[in-house]
Ligand binder design. Structure first.
Ligand SMILES: [Zn+2]
Length: 66
């Protein structure tokens, strides 16, 4: 099965957001889908979006891409 990234139209041309979402796909490939989803949900619930390690990594790599 492949991947689909869905963005609101107003974000469709934002390369930073696409790079961020592509990082989440890479994270899934590295961790396995189930482990990624469990961690993704737990981190956001326990730490919030701004402190969640998977989000911080996606933000950092997206900035490096730009
Ligand atoms: Zn994210």
């Amino acid at each position: 099965m492949g991947y689909v990234i869905m963005l609101k139209e107003k974000f469709a041309r934002e390369q930073w957001i696409l790079a961020h979402e592509l990082t989440h796909i890479a994270q899934q490939e590295q961790m396995g889908r189930e482990a990624f989803v469990r961690s993704f949900i737990a981190e956001r619930k326990l730490m919030g979006y701004r402190r969640a390690p998977l989000e911080l990594e996606a933000n950092r790599l997206a900035l490096e891409f730009m």
